[in-house]
Design a protein around this ligand. Sequence first.
Ligand SMILES: C[S@@+](CC[C@H](N)C(=O)[O-])C[C@H]1O[C@@H](n2cnc3c(N)ncnc32)[C@H](O)[C@@H]1O
Length: 328
Amino acid sequence: MDEKLRELLLPYCRFSKGEIRLDSSGMHKIGCLDAADLASIKKLMDEEKGVLAVHDPPYNFVAFEEREVEHFIDWCKVWIKNSYEVMSDDSALYVWLGADQNNHYQPFADFILMMRDSGFESRSFITMRNQRGYGTQKNWMSVRQELLYYTKGKPFFDVNSEYTDIPKVLKGYYKTVNGKETENLERSKSEFIRAGNVWIDIQQVFYRMEENVNGCYAQKPLKAIQRIILSSSRMNEIVLDFFSHSGTTLLSAEMTGRRCYTIDNDPIFCEITLRRLENYRNTGRTGWQNSNPFEEEILNDVKLQKHLKETYNISLAQPSLWNSGVME
Ligand SMILES: C[S@@+](CC[C@H](N)C(=O)[O-])C[C@H]1O[C@@H](n2cnc3c(N)ncnc32)[C@H](O)[C@@H]1O
Protein backbone atom coordinates (compact mmCIF):
# COMPACT_ATOMS: atom_id res chain seq x y z
CA MET A 1 0.00 0.00 0.00
CA ASP A 2 1.40 3.41 -0.83
CA GLU A 3 2.32 5.65 2.10
CA LYS A 4 -0.04 8.42 1.13
CA LEU A 5 -3.04 6.08 0.98
CA ARG A 6 -2.04 4.62 4.34
CA GLU A 7 -1.91 8.12 5.84
CA LEU A 8 -5.34 8.95 4.41
CA LEU A 9 -6.99 5.74 5.66
CA LEU A 10 -5.46 5.58 9.14
CA PRO A 11 -7.78 8.22 10.68
CA TYR A 12 -10.71 5.93 9.83
CA CYS A 13 -9.23 2.97 11.67
CA ARG A 14 -10.33 2.19 15.21
CA PHE A 15 -7.07 0.38 15.94
CA SER A 16 -3.69 1.65 16.92
CA LYS A 17 -0.60 -0.47 17.53
CA GLY A 18 -0.92 -2.58 20.66
CA GLU A 19 -4.69 -2.26 20.86
CA ILE A 20 -7.00 -5.24 21.35
CA ARG A 21 -10.75 -4.98 20.73
CA LEU A 22 -13.57 -7.31 21.60
CA ASP A 23 -16.35 -7.40 19.02
CA SER A 24 -19.81 -6.22 20.09
CA SER A 25 -21.03 -9.77 20.88
CA GLY A 26 -17.97 -10.52 22.99
CA MET A 27 -17.25 -13.62 20.90
CA HIS A 28 -14.11 -12.55 19.07
CA LYS A 29 -11.00 -10.47 19.65
CA ILE A 30 -9.00 -8.48 17.12
CA GLY A 31 -5.58 -7.12 18.08
CA CYS A 32 -3.22 -4.82 16.28
CA LEU A 33 -0.24 -6.84 17.45
CA ASP A 34 2.98 -8.41 16.27
CA ALA A 35 2.82 -12.22 15.93
CA ALA A 36 6.45 -12.43 17.02
CA ASP A 37 5.87 -10.64 20.32
CA LEU A 38 5.01 -13.17 23.04
CA ALA A 39 3.94 -10.56 25.59
CA SER A 40 1.32 -9.20 23.15
CA ILE A 41 0.07 -12.69 22.32
CA LYS A 42 -0.29 -13.49 26.02
CA LYS A 43 -2.22 -10.28 26.52
CA LEU A 44 -4.55 -11.26 23.68
CA MET A 45 -5.17 -14.70 25.20
CA ASP A 46 -5.53 -13.53 28.82
CA GLU A 47 -4.85 -17.07 30.12
CA GLU A 48 -7.26 -18.69 27.62
CA LYS A 49 -6.03 -21.31 25.12
CA GLY A 50 -6.80 -21.93 21.45
CA VAL A 51 -7.68 -25.40 20.15
CA LEU A 52 -6.89 -24.47 16.58
CA ALA A 53 -4.60 -22.00 14.83
CA VAL A 54 -4.89 -21.15 11.13
CA HIS A 55 -1.91 -19.04 10.08
CA ASP A 56 -1.21 -17.49 6.71
CA PRO A 57 2.04 -15.53 7.07
CA PRO A 58 3.17 -13.06 4.42
CA TYR A 59 5.66 -14.50 1.97
CA ASN A 60 7.06 -12.91 -1.10
CA PHE A 61 8.89 -15.17 -3.52
CA VAL A 62 10.67 -12.39 -5.32
CA ALA A 63 12.36 -11.21 -2.15
CA PHE A 64 13.74 -14.61 -1.22
CA GLU A 65 17.48 -14.59 -1.58
CA GLU A 66 19.11 -17.30 0.51
CA ARG A 67 19.87 -15.04 3.44
CA GLU A 68 16.33 -13.74 3.43
CA VAL A 69 14.98 -17.28 3.63
CA GLU A 70 17.04 -17.75 6.80
CA HIS A 71 15.62 -14.55 8.25
CA PHE A 72 12.12 -15.55 7.31
CA ILE A 73 12.52 -18.96 8.94
CA ASP A 74 14.01 -17.42 12.11
CA TRP A 75 10.97 -15.17 12.25
CA CYS A 76 8.59 -18.12 11.65
CA LYS A 77 10.25 -19.99 14.50
CA VAL A 78 9.26 -17.19 16.87
CA TRP A 79 5.56 -17.01 16.03
CA ILE A 80 5.34 -20.81 15.86
CA LYS A 81 6.78 -20.90 19.41
CA ASN A 82 4.29 -18.23 20.48
CA SER A 83 1.45 -20.27 19.00
CA TYR A 84 2.60 -23.40 20.82
CA GLU A 85 2.64 -21.46 24.07
CA VAL A 86 -1.00 -20.36 23.83
CA MET A 87 -2.50 -23.49 22.27
CA SER A 88 -4.14 -26.13 24.42
CA ASP A 89 -2.47 -29.49 25.10
CA ASP A 90 -4.59 -31.08 22.38
CA SER A 91 -4.73 -28.68 19.46
CA ALA A 92 -4.32 -28.34 15.70
CA LEU A 93 -2.13 -25.98 13.69
CA TYR A 94 -2.59 -25.19 9.99
CA VAL A 95 -0.09 -23.05 8.08
CA TRP A 96 -0.47 -21.77 4.52
CA LEU A 97 2.94 -21.43 2.95
CA GLY A 98 4.18 -21.01 -0.60
CA ALA A 99 6.87 -23.05 -2.36
CA ASP A 100 8.77 -21.32 -5.15
CA GLN A 101 9.40 -24.05 -7.70
CA ASN A 102 12.08 -21.91 -9.38
CA ASN A 103 13.99 -21.52 -6.14
CA HIS A 104 14.23 -24.88 -4.40
CA TYR A 105 10.67 -24.74 -3.13
CA GLN A 106 11.40 -21.91 -0.73
CA PRO A 107 10.38 -21.00 1.87
CA PHE A 108 8.42 -24.24 2.23
CA ALA A 109 11.50 -26.48 2.29
CA ASP A 110 13.25 -24.75 5.20
CA PHE A 111 9.98 -24.24 7.02
CA ILE A 112 9.17 -27.96 7.24
CA LEU A 113 12.70 -28.66 8.50
CA MET A 114 12.38 -25.95 11.14
CA MET A 115 9.08 -27.48 12.30
CA ARG A 116 10.85 -30.72 13.32
CA ASP A 117 11.99 -29.07 16.55
CA SER A 118 8.83 -27.07 17.18
CA GLY A 119 7.02 -29.58 19.42
CA PHE A 120 4.25 -30.01 16.82
CA GLU A 121 3.75 -33.34 15.02
CA SER A 122 3.33 -33.37 11.24
CA ARG A 123 -0.05 -34.78 10.17
CA SER A 124 -0.86 -33.85 6.60
CA PHE A 125 0.33 -31.83 3.63
CA ILE A 126 -2.84 -30.57 1.99
CA THR A 127 -2.88 -29.23 -1.54
CA MET A 128 -5.57 -26.79 -2.58
CA ARG A 129 -5.98 -26.35 -6.29
CA ASN A 130 -5.92 -22.79 -7.60
CA GLN A 131 -7.68 -21.89 -10.80
CA ARG A 132 -4.93 -19.56 -11.94
CA GLY A 133 -1.29 -20.48 -12.01
CA TYR A 134 2.13 -19.39 -13.18
CA GLY A 135 4.94 -20.84 -15.32
CA THR A 136 2.79 -22.18 -18.13
CA GLN A 137 5.26 -21.90 -21.01
CA LYS A 138 8.30 -23.94 -19.98
CA ASN A 139 7.08 -25.78 -16.95
CA TRP A 140 4.00 -27.43 -15.49
CA MET A 141 1.55 -24.75 -14.57
CA SER A 142 1.77 -24.18 -10.84
CA VAL A 143 -1.80 -24.34 -9.52
CA ARG A 144 -1.14 -25.54 -6.01
CA GLN A 145 -1.55 -23.81 -2.67
CA GLU A 146 0.31 -25.61 0.08
CA LEU A 147 -1.36 -26.06 3.46
CA LEU A 148 0.39 -27.85 6.32
CA TYR A 149 -1.45 -29.56 9.15
CA TYR A 150 0.34 -30.17 12.46
CA THR A 151 -0.88 -31.28 15.85
CA LYS A 152 0.02 -30.84 19.49
CA GLY A 153 -1.16 -33.76 21.66
CA LYS A 154 -4.29 -35.51 20.41
CA PRO A 155 -6.73 -32.91 19.13
CA PHE A 156 -10.32 -33.35 18.01
CA PHE A 157 -10.58 -34.26 14.34
CA ASP A 158 -13.72 -34.96 12.35
CA VAL A 159 -13.45 -34.87 8.62
CA ASN A 160 -16.23 -37.43 8.20
CA SER A 161 -18.90 -34.78 8.35
CA GLU A 162 -17.07 -32.75 5.73
CA TYR A 163 -18.15 -33.89 2.30
CA THR A 164 -16.97 -31.99 -0.75
CA ASP A 165 -19.15 -30.96 -3.71
CA ILE A 166 -17.31 -33.45 -5.88
CA PRO A 167 -19.65 -36.22 -7.06
CA LYS A 168 -18.39 -39.71 -6.49
CA VAL A 169 -18.27 -40.73 -10.14
CA LEU A 170 -15.36 -43.11 -10.21
CA LYS A 171 -16.01 -46.77 -9.49
CA GLY A 172 -13.29 -49.25 -8.91
CA TYR A 173 -12.87 -49.71 -5.20
CA TYR A 174 -14.27 -53.20 -4.71
CA LYS A 175 -14.69 -55.00 -1.42
CA THR A 176 -16.57 -58.13 -0.37
CA VAL A 177 -19.31 -57.36 2.17
CA ASN A 178 -21.33 -60.30 3.60
CA GLY A 179 -20.10 -62.57 0.82
CA LYS A 180 -21.21 -60.16 -1.90
CA GLU A 181 -18.82 -58.13 -4.01
CA THR A 182 -19.69 -54.42 -3.74
CA GLU A 183 -18.11 -51.34 -5.21
CA ASN A 184 -17.60 -47.99 -3.54
CA LEU A 185 -20.71 -46.29 -4.96
CA GLU A 186 -23.00 -48.88 -3.33
CA ARG A 187 -21.24 -48.84 0.00
CA SER A 188 -21.01 -45.15 0.71
CA LYS A 189 -23.49 -42.98 2.58
CA SER A 190 -23.03 -40.00 0.31
CA GLU A 191 -22.97 -39.37 -3.41
CA PHE A 192 -20.06 -37.04 -2.80
CA ILE A 193 -16.50 -37.72 -1.83
CA ARG A 194 -14.99 -36.69 1.48
CA ALA A 195 -12.20 -34.19 1.65
CA GLY A 196 -8.83 -35.90 1.43
CA ASN A 197 -5.62 -33.92 1.34
CA VAL A 198 -6.13 -32.67 -2.23
CA TRP A 199 -8.84 -30.04 -2.39
CA ILE A 200 -10.04 -29.38 -5.91
CA ASP A 201 -13.52 -28.16 -5.05
CA ILE A 202 -12.68 -24.74 -3.65
CA GLN A 203 -12.86 -21.65 -5.79
CA GLN A 204 -10.00 -19.19 -5.43
CA VAL A 205 -11.27 -15.74 -4.42
CA PHE A 206 -11.53 -13.29 -7.32
CA TYR A 207 -13.29 -9.99 -7.84
CA ARG A 208 -16.56 -11.48 -9.15
CA MET A 209 -17.20 -13.42 -5.94
CA GLU A 210 -19.39 -12.09 -3.14
CA GLU A 211 -16.72 -12.80 -0.54
CA ASN A 212 -14.13 -10.72 -2.35
CA VAL A 213 -12.77 -7.88 -0.23
CA ASN A 214 -11.52 -5.23 -2.60
CA GLY A 215 -8.19 -3.97 -1.32
CA CYS A 216 -7.04 -7.32 0.11
CA TYR A 217 -4.50 -9.04 -2.08
CA ALA A 218 -4.05 -12.30 -0.18
CA GLN A 219 -7.52 -13.44 0.75
CA LYS A 220 -8.13 -17.14 1.38
CA PRO A 221 -11.51 -18.71 0.50
CA LEU A 222 -14.07 -18.93 3.31
CA LYS A 223 -14.86 -22.48 2.27
CA ALA A 224 -11.28 -23.62 2.89
CA ILE A 225 -11.10 -22.07 6.35
CA GLN A 226 -14.56 -23.36 7.25
CA ARG A 227 -13.47 -26.86 6.27
CA ILE A 228 -10.49 -26.56 8.61
CA ILE A 229 -12.58 -25.15 11.44
CA LEU A 230 -15.33 -27.79 11.17
CA SER A 231 -12.79 -30.61 11.10
CA SER A 232 -10.51 -29.39 13.87
CA SER A 233 -12.65 -27.56 16.44
CA ARG A 234 -15.99 -27.71 18.21
CA MET A 235 -18.68 -25.05 18.80
CA ASN A 236 -17.58 -22.09 20.97
CA GLU A 237 -13.94 -23.15 21.01
CA ILE A 238 -11.19 -20.62 20.31
CA VAL A 239 -9.60 -20.42 16.87
CA LEU A 240 -6.43 -18.34 16.41
CA ASP A 241 -5.11 -16.50 13.38
CA PHE A 242 -2.01 -14.32 13.75
CA PHE A 243 -2.21 -12.88 10.20
CA SER A 244 -5.77 -11.70 9.82
CA HIS A 245 -5.60 -9.44 6.71
CA SER A 246 -9.20 -9.57 5.35
CA GLY A 247 -10.43 -11.46 8.43
CA THR A 248 -11.35 -14.71 6.66
CA THR A 249 -10.68 -16.86 9.73
CA LEU A 250 -12.71 -14.57 11.98
CA LEU A 251 -15.66 -14.57 9.59
CA SER A 252 -15.47 -18.35 9.15
CA ALA A 253 -15.48 -18.71 12.95
CA GLU A 254 -18.52 -16.43 13.20
CA MET A 255 -20.35 -18.49 10.55
CA THR A 256 -19.59 -21.80 12.28
CA GLY A 257 -20.21 -20.74 15.91
CA ARG A 258 -16.57 -20.66 17.01
CA ARG A 259 -14.75 -17.82 18.72
CA CYS A 260 -11.81 -16.22 16.95
CA TYR A 261 -8.86 -14.35 18.41
CA THR A 262 -7.01 -12.79 15.54
CA ILE A 263 -4.27 -10.20 15.03
CA ASP A 264 -2.60 -8.23 12.27
CA ASN A 265 0.26 -5.82 12.80
CA ASP A 266 -1.33 -3.36 10.38
CA PRO A 267 -4.17 -1.23 11.83
CA ILE A 268 -5.76 -0.97 8.38
CA PHE A 269 -6.17 -4.73 8.08
CA CYS A 270 -7.47 -4.92 11.67
CA GLU A 271 -10.10 -2.35 10.73
CA ILE A 272 -11.00 -4.27 7.56
CA THR A 273 -11.35 -7.45 9.63
CA LEU A 274 -13.75 -5.75 12.03
CA ARG A 275 -15.70 -4.08 9.22
CA ARG A 276 -16.05 -7.42 7.44
CA LEU A 277 -17.62 -8.95 10.54
CA GLU A 278 -19.91 -5.96 11.07
CA ASN A 279 -20.92 -5.90 7.41
CA TYR A 280 -21.75 -9.61 7.56
CA ARG A 281 -23.87 -9.15 10.68
CA ASN A 282 -25.69 -6.16 9.19
CA THR A 283 -26.21 -7.35 5.63
CA GLY A 284 -25.43 -11.07 5.50
CA ARG A 285 -22.76 -10.34 2.89
CA THR A 286 -19.36 -11.92 3.19
CA GLY A 287 -17.40 -9.30 1.26
CA TRP A 288 -17.63 -6.18 -0.90
CA GLN A 289 -17.93 -7.43 -4.43
CA ASN A 290 -19.13 -4.13 -5.90
CA SER A 291 -17.74 -1.87 -3.26
CA ASN A 292 -14.95 -1.78 -0.72
CA PRO A 293 -14.58 -1.57 3.07
CA PHE A 294 -13.90 2.20 3.00
CA GLU A 295 -16.54 3.19 0.44
CA GLU A 296 -18.40 5.57 2.80
CA GLU A 297 -15.21 7.42 3.63
CA ILE A 298 -14.16 7.64 0.00
CA LEU A 299 -17.52 9.15 -0.88
CA ASN A 300 -17.05 11.88 1.72
CA ASP A 301 -13.33 12.54 1.66
CA VAL A 302 -12.11 14.75 -1.16
CA LYS A 303 -8.45 14.09 -0.40
CA LEU A 304 -8.98 10.33 -0.66
CA GLN A 305 -10.90 10.76 -3.91
CA LYS A 306 -8.14 12.93 -5.35
CA HIS A 307 -5.42 10.46 -4.39
CA LEU A 308 -7.29 7.48 -5.85
CA LYS A 309 -7.95 9.38 -9.07
CA GLU A 310 -4.38 10.68 -9.46
CA THR A 311 -2.54 7.50 -8.46
CA TYR A 312 -4.82 4.71 -9.65
CA ASN A 313 -7.17 6.51 -12.03
CA ILE A 314 -10.13 5.36 -9.97
CA SER A 315 -13.05 7.74 -10.06
CA LEU A 316 -15.91 8.16 -7.62
CA ALA A 317 -18.30 6.69 -10.12
CA GLN A 318 -16.39 3.43 -9.98
CA PRO A 319 -15.52 2.79 -6.33
CA SER A 320 -15.63 -0.94 -6.96
CA LEU A 321 -12.57 -0.64 -9.15
CA TRP A 322 -10.59 -0.01 -6.03
CA ASN A 323 -9.20 -3.53 -6.20
CA SER A 324 -6.11 -5.51 -5.30
CA GLY A 325 -3.51 -3.30 -6.97
CA VAL A 326 -4.21 -0.43 -4.62
CA MET A 327 -3.28 -2.14 -1.36
CA GLU A 328 -0.30 -4.17 -2.52
C1 LIG B 1 -1.04 -13.40 3.60
S1 LIG B 1 -1.90 -12.21 4.54
C2 LIG B 1 -3.13 -13.20 5.35
C3 LIG B 1 -4.39 -13.43 4.51
C4 LIG B 1 -5.58 -13.97 5.26
N1 LIG B 1 -5.47 -15.39 5.48
C5 LIG B 1 -6.88 -13.68 4.54
O1 LIG B 1 -7.60 -14.62 4.16
O2 LIG B 1 -7.21 -12.51 4.35
C6 LIG B 1 -0.72 -11.79 5.76
C7 LIG B 1 -1.08 -10.68 6.73
O3 LIG B 1 -0.11 -10.72 7.79
C8 LIG B 1 0.10 -9.40 8.29
N2 LIG B 1 1.40 -9.40 9.03
C9 LIG B 1 2.64 -9.28 8.52
N3 LIG B 1 3.57 -9.35 9.50
C10 LIG B 1 2.90 -9.53 10.67
C11 LIG B 1 3.30 -9.68 12.03
N4 LIG B 1 4.60 -9.65 12.40
N5 LIG B 1 2.32 -9.84 12.96
C12 LIG B 1 1.02 -9.85 12.62
N6 LIG B 1 0.59 -9.71 11.34
C13 LIG B 1 1.51 -9.56 10.38
C14 LIG B 1 0.05 -8.53 7.05
O4 LIG B 1 -0.31 -7.18 7.38
C15 LIG B 1 -1.03 -9.25 6.20
O5 LIG B 1 -2.27 -8.62 6.37
